[in-house]
Design a binder for this molecule. Sequence first.
Ligand SMILES: [Zn+2]
Length: 113
Amino acid sequence: MSHLTEAQRSAIEAVLTQELGKLERSMKVSEEAARPVELDQTAVGRLSRMDSMQSQSMAQNLAEREQVRFALIREALERLEAGTFGLCSGCSAPVPFERLLIFPETPTCQACG
Ligand SMILES: [Zn+2]
């Protein structure tokens, strides 16, 4: 069973849920920005095609990172639900609450992470 107290678990659940909501909102923005470069020159405005392709690829990188983080947070919430949250996925050691609070989506302890 989890080494965390009920209060610690709900504190972490609150952080995870909040982060998930923030990510959902910013993922919508990033997906918008990562859309293929608009070919209509009038829509591109002052940006040269090169500039807009560059910012599109930056937006894609960001969108990918956000998707990875989103999946990690979802998994962390599932572990909370299942009661396995807080145990390192590498060595099964209890991960200290302080680390969990700072990196609630991390599945490993400091040594394994
Ligand atoms: Zn470990």
